[in-house]
Ligand binder design. Sequence first.
Ligand SMILES: C[S@@+](CC[C@H](N)C(=O)[O-])C[C@H]1O[C@@H](n2cnc3c(N)ncnc32)[C@H](O)[C@@H]1O
Length: 266
Amino acid sequence: MHAPPTLESPAETQETIDWHQWLERWDVQQTGYLPDREARFTAMLDVLEVLLPDTFVALDLACGPGAISQRLLTRFPQARCIAVDLDPVLLTMGQSVLGTMGGRLRWVEADLTTPAWLSHLGEAHVDAVLSTTALHWLPAEHLVRVYRELGQLVRPGGVVLNGDHLKFEPSMASFQQVADAVKTRLQEDAFTRRGIEDWAGWWQALRAEAALAELFAERERRFAWRQTDSHRPIFALHEAALRDAGFREVGVIWQRMDNRVLMAVR
Ligand SMILES: C[S@@+](CC[C@H](N)C(=O)[O-])C[C@H]1O[C@@H](n2cnc3c(N)ncnc32)[C@H](O)[C@@H]1O
């Protein structure tokens, strides 16, 4: 799809960039936003342990540097994972640090805002789709389409797990008010009081690596469509879209305020 400047030649950048250190910093900044990040990953993997056989294929949707894939493949030694994302910087980082995890992890560059992403997967069906802190990047019309596509991709009995901040509906304004206030307090504690690096700071620091100039230019081209202030669909829309896509059981399996893991069984 895109003219990839990188994934074919990650070795060139690996020589000068300490990707392990950047990935550690990534995990720290993400945990600044999500103090329960690891507990949420664990809850998602607990579902797979109960519902899937030992050998299964999972999709890490909008994987970034592959946090889900890394944890999933470590916990389930007979599983395989396909990690999909559009960001050439994060994909290079993930691929440089995790590699293929013994031939069980495959990295795919694809854009979820185009239906063509499915044809890049190389799998007709998967047992599970997991995503964290990512699908809120998609405008509602793309989110609904992606869920419908997952309804075809996930085999009957398979599962979708989406861990993200999923907003309360407008009639539950007090719920959202509490969730937002607690989120603000936690983030002030992390980024102001404890001095943890935030998202913007992490990207700014990485951008200073001269060897990554081309990758960053490609990243900007690929995300030119993105509006950071776009409307975030409410939880009820996620739930309805999954039911409409053919998932028979849909509900929350883990929650802290509006940070939830939405589970859908096909
Ligand atoms: C905050 S990161 C989360 C990454 C990872 N799931 C984690 O929890 O660490 C959001 C990810 O969504 C990806 N993303 C956003 N829009 C996308 C799209 N249209 N297609 C593919 N990936 C996309 C971004 O590139 C980014 O890697």
